[in-house]
Design a binder for this molecule. Sequence first.
Ligand SMILES: *[C@@H]1O[C@H](CO)[C@@H](O)[C@H](O)[C@H]1NC(C)=O
Ligand SMILES: *[C@@H]1O[C@H](CO)[C@@H](O)[C@H](O)[C@H]1NC(C)=O
Ligand SMILES: *[C@@H]1O[C@H](CO)[C@@H](O)[C@H](O)[C@H]1NC(C)=O
Ligand SMILES: [Zn+2]
Length: 378
Amino acid sequence: MLSTIKASFYIFVLSFLTFTINAQLAGQWPPVDKPPPPNADWTKLVDQTKVPAIAQSKNENDCSAKGDVCNWSCTNCVRTTDIIQCPNKYDWGLSFDDGPTEFTPTLLDYLESQNITLTFFVIGSRVIENPQTLQRAVAAGHQIAVHTWSHTALTTQSNEEIIAEIKWTETAIKQAVGLTPKYMRPPYGNIDDRVRGILTQLGYKVVIWDKDTNDWMSGEPGNTFQLPWIEGNFTEWVKENDPTGHISLEHDLYKQTAAQAPNVVPIVQGAGFTIKPVFQCVGDAQPYLESTTTAPATDPAAAPATDPATDPAAAPATDPATDPAVAPATDPVTPTSNVQYVDGSPSAIPTTSNAISHMINNNYLLLLVLFTLWLFKL
Ligand SMILES: *[C@@H]1O[C@H](CO)[C@@H](O)[C@H](O)[C@H]1NC(C)=O
Ligand SMILES: *[C@@H]1O[C@H](CO)[C@@H](O)[C@H](O)[C@H]1NC(C)=O
Ligand SMILES: *[C@@H]1O[C@H](CO)[C@@H](O)[C@H](O)[C@H]1NC(C)=O
Ligand SMILES: [Zn+2]
């Protein structure tokens, strides 16, 4: 009887230990999946007189605004600053949105096995829940880009709310991996010239897509979406013989959609396309404000064979924990003081601790408990 109690206790402690491996990102964060609170310091970053005065739409499907507002989700209107496709034929910007989730590591395993890097448009609310997964994605050379905090349609939000969606997500990413993305994707592709005006002033390049798998439908209750349609669509797209390359939209939000990469990658590569992160296909050298060591090349033709294991220049040295160069002590863009927290706490986001040290501390404490119990033969 006593040994059963003892065994259950040990199992309980051990399961808690496993749980803390996925420790939430250190710091104080707004509630997840809700529009985060605006912050005066962040609002000041945008000159409101230069933002087009377009009314907020009532919902993501509201297309009633008058005038030339260029809302992509209503009319597919694009401005020259929007990135819709990879400009060069045979470049393919594969992208996964709405993570990082518990299903992302399996996707990362596959991509690593194929030496592929791509773009993840991440949700701030997921970043604080899965910071270790984000760190892994960065270390593997994938591009991390902003996809807002709460996945709210941006045209429905006030200027202050849009800024808060972006800056909270940016702050979470910076805290998790020491990097500040230059690229973002509006949820639902919902964007007009007011939203563009704000994003441009915040320094972001807007990425939409030209090939939509609609894979998210497979996660809707009662849906009739058939997963083989994803492969079916890719098979048709690669045959189109367009003058440009493409950017496709998938999601690592659901298990079944995160698991599609092994089905679609061979189709894309088999048709002669090179899969690369969006920043690379548009010819940018850096996906972040901070400079990082060159990520592993995805195009074998463009990069001479280098062994990441032996060549430090080729290795993705983007671990902020070990590489101080990628995590500058002072960030000119993100104010980390005077941030309003929903609980009214006045404290700023801690700059010294990170999720890894948090995790190690927690686990160390638990190991100490186990050791003490064992020592006293409890
Ligand atoms: C979107 O743009 C079109 C064309 O400018 C306009 O007719 C429509 O009302 C706009 N809708 C929204 C929500 O901005
Ligand atoms: C990935 O890269 C490694 C090291 O360069 C190489 O040994 C391996 O064959 C590559 N795998 C694939 C699937 O290209
Ligand atoms: C492509 O996907 C759509 C749904 O998004 C589906 O209706 C269509 O049948 C698919 N095409 C193929 C060839 O599978
Ligand atoms: Zn999304």
